[in-house]
Design a protein around this ligand. Structure first.
Ligand code: NAD
Length: 260
C-alpha cells in the first residue's frame, strides 16, 4: 500500500530518523533524507539504501532552523518524487541547563529546530496532501511532550508545542485523507543520548553502566532503551491504511515512563 509513496524525513542522517528512513525505504517508499553529516558518508548511505532495492533515495542538506530552507526542502522532495505523501518531522537537538542560566541562542536553536521547523514543513507540505486527499504527518516528539524534566526548558517547551501543533493540524484536516500524529519515545540509544551519557558520567563520577540504569533510565520502568526499529515500526503502522482513523494523538513508546 505504501509502495511508490514518497516521504520526507527531517534529521535522517543519524539515529531515529535514519531508522525511519530504512523502514520506509524497505516498504518501497521513495525517501528524501535530510540532516547534517560528512558528505561522503551521506553519499555512501544513499547508495546503500538505493542498492537495497526499496524506493528511490535522495538527500537535501537544508538546515531546518531556517523557514526558507524548510520550504526549499519540501519543494525539492516534490520535484524529485512528485509528492510529499509522508512527512516525518524528526530533526531535534537538546540542551540542558537551569532555566535562569539557559543561553538565549540555545533556546532559539532548540525551538527553531524542533517546533518552528515542524510548523514550516507542515505548512509547505499540506497543500499537496490536500490536492491528493492523502497524507501522513508524524511529529517525532518525546515523552517530554507529555511530561517535564528539570533543566530541559527549551526541549520540553518545544516538544509540548509540537503536540499542540499535532492536535490543531489533525482537526483542520480531519475530513480529508490526511492524518497527523505525534510519537513520543522514552530514551532511545542514539548519538543524541550517547552525548548525554558521557556528560552524566562526568557529572556523577559514575561508570557508564550505572549512569544508564540509575540516571538515564531512572524514570523508564522497563530499564531498557526503546529500540530505533520499534519506533520506526510504529511510524510505518501510522502510515498504513489501518491507521486512517488514528489522528490527533500523542502515542507514548516509552517502556512505561508515562504510566507513572
Ligand atoms: P540524533 O542526534 O541521532 O539525530 C538528529 C538528526 O537531526 C541528525 O540527522 C542531525 O543531523 C539532524 N539535525 C539536527 N539539527 C538539524 C538542523 N538544524 N537541520 C537539519 N537536520 C538537523 O538524534 P535522535 O536521538 O535520533 O533524535 C531524533 C528525534 O527524536 C529528535 O527530535 C529527538 O528530540 C527525538 N527523541 C529522541 C529520543 C532519544 O532518546 N534519542 C527520545 C525521544 C525523542
Amino acid at each position: 500500500m505504501l509502495k511508490n509513496k514518497s516521504a520526507l524525513v527531517t534529521g535522517s542522517t543519524s539515529g531515529i530518523g535514519l531508522g525511519i528512513v530504512r523502514a520506509l525505504s524497505r516498504a518501497g517508499v521513495n525517501v528524501m533524507l535530510n540532516g547534517f553529516g560528512d558528505a561522503d558518508a551521506i553519499g555512501r548511505l544513499c547508495r546503500e539504501l538505493a542498492d537495497a532495492g526499496g524506493g528511490r533515495v535522495a538527500y537535501h542538506a537544508a538546515d531546518v532552523r531556517s523557514a526558507a530552507e524548510v520550504a526549499a526542502l519540501v519543494a525539492a522532495t516534490e520535484q524529485a518524487f512528485g509528492a510529499v505523501d509522508i512527512l516525518v518531522n524528526n530533526a531535534g537537538i537538546q540542551f540542558v541547563a537551569p532555566t535562569e542560566d539557559f543561553p538565549e541562542e540555545r533556546w532559539d536553536a532548540v525551538l527553531d529546530t524542533v517546533l518552528n521547523a515542524s510548523f514550516h514543513a507542515i505548512k509547505a507540505a499540506l497543500p499537496g496532501m490536500r490536492r491528493r486527499n492523502w497524507g501522513r504527518i508524524v511529529n517525532l516528539v518525546s515523552v517530554h511532550g507529555l511530561i517535564a524534566s528539570p533543566f530541559k526548558s527549551a526541549y520540553v517547551a518545544a516538544k509540548h508545542g509540537q503536540i499542540g501543533l499535532t492536535k490543531t493540524v489533525a482537526l483542520e484536516v480531519a475530513e480529508t485523507g490526511i492524518t497527523c500524529n505525534a510519537v513520543c519515545p522514552g530514551y532511545v540509544l542514539t548519538p543524541l543520548v550517547e552525548g548525554q551519557i558521557d556528560r552524566q558520567a562526568q557529572v556523577h563520577q559514575l561508570p557508564r553502566e550505572r549512569v544508564i540504569r540509575e540516571v538515564m533510565l531512572a524514570a523508564q520502568p522497563s530499564k531498557r532503551f526503546v529500540e530505533i526499529d520499534d519506533v520506526a515500526a510504529l511510524i510505518l503502522f501510522l502510515c498504513g491504511d489501518a491507521a486512517k482513523s488514528i489522528t490527533g494523538t500523542a502515542i507514548p513508546i516509552d517502556g512505561g515512563w508515562t504510566a507513572r
